[in-house]
Ligand binder design. Structure first.
Ligand code: GDP
Ligand code: IMO
Ligand code: MG
Length: 420
């Protein structure tokens, strides 16, 4: 049985927290796209972690965790991250040979490309080199993790070709270039440290799929920042959808039986681009303050606003979401009233679907208003024990999204969850 976990908003929905919970019952967990731009926070008996590249299933010692074929891997980040995790947990961590390698020059180019844009045009990337690395992948010049295992001669030849092109790009921005020797030394260092973990993960996956074992696919970012369906160009450089999960992990689509859409009870976004339900008032400050809404990777304050059912139902459709995991309900505990965007007004017309990115930029929300419940939900573990107004909010939310809510999260820790 394969379960895919996707974010249905702008990222930071609590995917790490939900994957950590679901991973307890999984044999394999695969991060299928993105790189160390992720900040997936997990709180459990081992402590509190902000995972950037390691899959959030790492805390199940019996599970195999994979950095999948569709990922881009910064081995420096991986090394740093693994130092903070008990060594025995990392024994079953593998990196697919098809994933691409992020080099220091990818980060330089990410920064330079951003700096060359006007304030309005900035994507606000994490500057982790994600876009430049995926660009090399689709340009068919990138280095894959499996290439680190090649003979010195072949590896050096690949690096030479890559650097020939990259150094020209760096020169355009007036940046320092890189020598083949230095990058070769870096690759050899990574080969020595991670060589035994880099493998073709497909045979393991095929075997587990054949045995109908529980497999979990972990998405990075949310649908609104998907390369095709998100707010292009203010998006990331890979597919965050369940379609992407199949293509980028190596799981046939027909084997996915459950798609968990992770959704905050309000909305946040880091970086540029439209965010129709964004607030600029005291409510936004309160959401940011109570929800500790600061980027787990860059520390940037997250933009905050009410939940947006127009965007969520769009995401649920695109991903065929079967179950919603509604997170951070507890953050709304002391609001007098809570709003959810149910439609947009664009150029005087009311619409209930997600319009073009340009139209989103000038759209305004039409809200449905809910009464607050004004009591602490963080200790609630059963649906029946939730305050009446909170139940109304959740039940109405699932109607607006068109998908049942199966999990309600009322705190960051693993057990702070109501399973319906
Ligand atoms: P991800 O990128 O989707 O994994 O989400 P992040 O980890 O970036 O952001 C979610 C933040 O909310 C983290 O700090 C989590 O610890 C925290 N969190 C997750 N679920 C809940 C919840 O139900 N209540 C509260 N109070 N915090 C939560
Ligand atoms: P998780 O996995 C929130 C945003 C950046 C930027 C855009 C592109 O924790 O949800 P990139 O570095 O990918 O080229 O940036 O996407 N972004 C995120 N926002 N959470 C993340 O990860 C993000 N990863 C990238 O702010 O607007
Ligand atoms: Mg995050």
């Amino acid at each position: 049985m394969v379960t895919s976990v996707v974010g249905v908003q702008w990222g930071d929905e609590g995917k790490g927290r939900i994957v950590d919970y679901l991973a307890q019952n999984s044999e394999v967990v695969v991060r299928y796209q993105g790189g160390d731009n992720a900040g997936h926070t997990v709180e459990n008996d081992y402590g509190k972690f902000a995972l950037h590249i390691v899959p959030s299933g790492i805390f199940n010692r019996d599970a195999i965790n994979m950095i999948g074929a569709g990922c881009v891997v910064n081995f420096q980040t991986l090394e740093r991250e693994l130092k903070g995790i008990p060594a025995e947990l990392a024994e079953n961590l593998f990196i697919d040979i098809r994933s691409h390698v992020i080099f220091p020059f990818h980060k330089d180019l990410d920064g330079a490309e951003e700096s060359s844009k006007s304030e309005k045009d900035k994507i606000g990337t994490t500057k982790c080199g994600i876009g430049p690395c995926y660009s090399d992948k689709v340009s068919r010049i990138g280095l894959r993790s499996g290439d680190l295992l090649l003979s010195d001669e072949l590896l050096e030849a690949k690096l030479r070709k890559l650097l020939d092109r990259k150094n020209k790009e760096l020169a355009i921005y007036g940046m320092n270039t890189y020598s083949v020797e230095d990058m070769f030394a870096l690759c050899r260092d990574w080969r020595g440290k991670f060589g035994s973990k880099i493998k073709d993960c497909l045979p393991i996956l095929r075997e587990k799929v054949g045995q109908d074992k529980r497999i979990l696919l972990e998405g990075q970012l949310g649908i609104m920042r998907d390369i095709d369906w998100g707010i292009y160009p203010y998006c990331t450089s890979s597919s965050t959808t369940v379609g992407g999960a199949c293509a980028l992990s190596g799981i046939p689509f027909s084997r996915i039986s459950k798609v968990v859409g992770v959704c905050k009870a309000y909305t946040t976004s880091v970086g540029g681009g439209p965010f129709v339900s964004e607030l600029h008032d005291d409510i936004a400050l309160k959401l940011r303050d109570k929800g500790h809404e600061y980027g787990a990777t860059t520390g940037r304050p997250r933009r905050c606003g009410w939940a947006d059912a127009v965007a969520v139902s769009y995401s649920c459709y695109l991903n065929s979401v079967t179950d919603l995991a509604l997170t951070k309900l507890d953050i709304l505990d002391d609001f007098d009233e809570i709003k959810v965007a149910v439609a947009y007004k664009v150029d005087g017309k009311t619409i209930d679907y997600l319009p073009s990115v340009q139209e989103q930029e000038r759209a305004e929300c039409v809200y449905k208003v809910f009464k607050g419940w004004k009591s602490d939900t963080s200790k609630v573990r059963k649906w029946d024990d939730l305050p009446e107004n909170a139940k109304v909010f959740v039940k109405e939310f699932e109607k607006l999204a068109g998908v049942p809510v199966t999990y309600v999260s009322v705190g960051p820790e693993r057990d702070q969850l109501i399973v319906l």
